[in-house]
Design a protein around this ligand. Structure first.
Ligand SMILES: [Zn+2]
Length: 111
């Protein structure tokens, strides 16, 4: 039972395997821990009962999520730069990211 308890407050069933997965589980669908993203995008599991779970280590989850955010932002910077070098405009990149071309320059092409 200790294991189930850890999973309940721990990582999403799809952690690391699904693009968009937020990692930290926020609920159990049956016995399957899911993050909000996977909960929102799951359809086959909808009939199972749901209960909210409290993260066992919210500060640790926050730290890990922040680390992932940094890695994702680094990757975004690299891809924005690559797109720019490939001849795409700031405007094109901004359309993909849902921000203005000025925001693309300010956020991703510093220095
Ligand atoms: Zn997930």
């Amino acid at each position: 039972m200790a294991r189930a308890k850890t999973e309940a407050g721990g990582r999403c069933h799809n952690d690391g395997a699904l693009i968009g997965c937020q990692g930290a589980a926020v609920l159990l669908r049956g016995s399957v821990p899911l993050c909000q993203f996977c909960e929102d995008s799951s359809s086959s599991l909808k009939r199972l009962p749901v209960r909210r779970v409290r993260p066992a280590d919210p500060l640790g989850d926050l730290r890990r999520l922040q680390q992932r955010r940094r890695r994702i932002e680094d990757e975004l910077d690299q891809l924005v730069h690559a797109a720019y070098l490939a001849g795409h405009s700031y405007g094109e990149v901004g359309l993909v990211l849902g921000v203005s071309r000025q925001a693309v320059r300010q956020r991703h092409l510093r220095g």
